[in-house]
Design a protein around this ligand. Structure first.
Ligand SMILES: C[S@@+](CC[C@H](N)C(=O)[O-])C[C@H]1O[C@@H](n2cnc3c(N)ncnc32)[C@H](O)[C@@H]1O
Length: 434
């Protein structure tokens, strides 16, 4: 592994599809031009050494639930107390709340609970010996306190320590950031418009996809199947110019309503700070129009000059009718042919725009549906189309390739255990064009 200059180590707790989270995080580091080295990555946590910490204030990833700084490591859990004692010397208030989370890939839950209780007891009594009134948060049956950390704002009024147990190493860490799960919930359930019929992409996945599409200097996100606009809401929140198109007028109206709601609620990313927040001005950066994917070239030609370059196309295409049971051969053929034709048309249009205007499209991140059928999971193949994109300089980003160091497959898929449709995520970045 390569050597990274002066380093600090950080831990990251991924969401439930850790390979997607890993690719998102690594792409963030590549794109922020931060030197880094992944020490370990598994379904519970990632350990990364990083050469600087300027990235901390810019990080906002859909697939990371929590991150923090490693304070030290030992070869045996019994020595953790020494590390904890070292940390407690920095606590100089009279009253404090704290939490302890344990992440163990050894899966010995009973000993993890014991370790958590012991550490909490030790921290409380050590602080009280120094006349610091300390109370711990969390539920007895919970090894992880991140939601409590967020709700009770421990980060502002106390601390949260994490213990990470890898194969031979025990790490003690201090939490620096917890994801804003309430905001994701607001985006999902409080927005004015929903499209229950054609489905909504989860907000976290939309965020992961927008982040995976990051490559060079992306200014604009275009979703050509925008539905009720989940991807575009996330993109506006992250400060991008956005373009939404969809074949359905209802979808266009829903997307407009949702984006206006975002703007009115003031959910505007840092990149928008230099732009005034009046509705009229913002509308300059938001283009939503009804168009079938057949018409993508004319949509592109109508863009203003500002957003004709460095576009990332991020989308979930039409996924077929709602399915209630695994598909039989005939039904799978019907559904997948229709889905294939629409997605292939979109990819062809994108290909022609990208081939003619070398600086127009910098990246693509899209969903390919995988259906549960009587014969197992199956999905339409886009190999031929992907080869065409490779012919004009697109390829899988390093962030996706890096997964192969830690797991034997580099496919990144989002799914719930019992869902009949899984979402395979395809990411293509274009090599820098000068
Ligand atoms: C699965 S939904 C996208 C959902 C969206 N990601 C969201 O979270 O709201 C697919 C969308 O594709 C649109 N669509 C279907 N066929 C289309 C076509 N040929 N051209 C453009 N849009 C199409 C549908 O109207 C629908 O809104």
């Amino acid at each position: 592994m390569k050597n990274v200059g002066v380093t600090k180590k950080y831990y990251f707790i991924p969401g439930h599809r850790w390979k997607l989270s890993f690719a998102e995080l690594v792409n963030f580091f590549y794109n922020s031009r931060v030197e880094f080295n992944v020490i370990t990555a598994n379904y519970l946590f990632f350990l990364v050494e990083v050469s600087s910490d300027g990235w901390i204030e810019n990080i906002d990833l859909g697939g990371i639930r929590k991150f923090g700084r490693i304070l030290g490591n030992t070869d045996h859990p019994s020595k953790l107390v020494e590390l904890v004692n070292g940390y407690l010397q920095s606590v100089v208030v009279s009253k404090i709340r704290f939490g302890v989370s344990i992440y163990s890939i050894r899966k010995n839950t009973r000993s993890s609970y014991r370790m958590k209780e012991n550490l909490e007891g030790h921290i409380k009594s050590s602080l009280e010996e120094h006349n610091i009134k300390a109370s711990y948060v969390g539920h007895l049956n919970q090894l992880e306190t991140s939601t409590v950390v967020y709700d009770k704002k421990i980060r502002n009024k106390g601390f949260e320590l994490a213990v990470l147990l890898d194969k031979g190493d025990c790490y003690l860490a201090e939490c620096l950031w917890v994801h804003n799960y309430k905001k994701n919930r607001n985006f999902e359930y409080r927005r004015p418009a929903f499209d229950k019929r054609s489905g909504m992409l989860p907000v976290k996945l939309s965020k992961i996809m927008v982040n995976l599409a990051q490559s060079g200097n992306i200014q604009t996100i275009w979703d050509p199947f925008c539905g009720s606009g989940t991807i575009l809401m996330v993109a506006v929140d992250n400060g991008y110019n956005v373009i939404g198109s969809d074949d359905s007028l209802q979808a266009i109206n829903d997307t407009k309503d949702n984006i206006h709601w975002i703007i009115e609620k003031g959910y505007l990313g840092k990149r928008w700070e230099d732009k005034t927040s009046t509705r009229d001005t913002l509308e300059k950066y938001v283009l939503i129009q009804k168009a079938n994917v057949n018409e993508m070239k004319s949509v592109y030609n109508e863009f203003g000059n500002v957003i004709r370059e460095n576009i990332a196309i991020v989308f979930e295409p039409y996924l077929g009718p709602i399915v209630k049971r695994p598909l039989n051969d005939r039904r799978y053929k019907e559904v997948s042919t229709k889905v294939f034709n629409i997605l292939n048309t979109a990819l062809n249009k994108i290909y022609y725009i990208a081939r003619r205007r070398k600086k127009s499209i910098s990246s693509l991140c899209f969903v390919v549906p995988i259906y549960k059928t009587m014969k197992g999971y199956q999905s339409p193949s886009f190999k031929v189309m992907l080869r065409k994109f490779q012919g004009i300089g697109f390829g899988y980003p390093n962030a996706v390739k890096r997964l192969s160091t830690f797991t034997d497959e580099t496919d990144i898929t989002w799914y719930d255990k019992n869902s009949l449709i899984r979402r395979k995520i395809i990411v293509l970045h274009r090599k820098a064009v000068t």
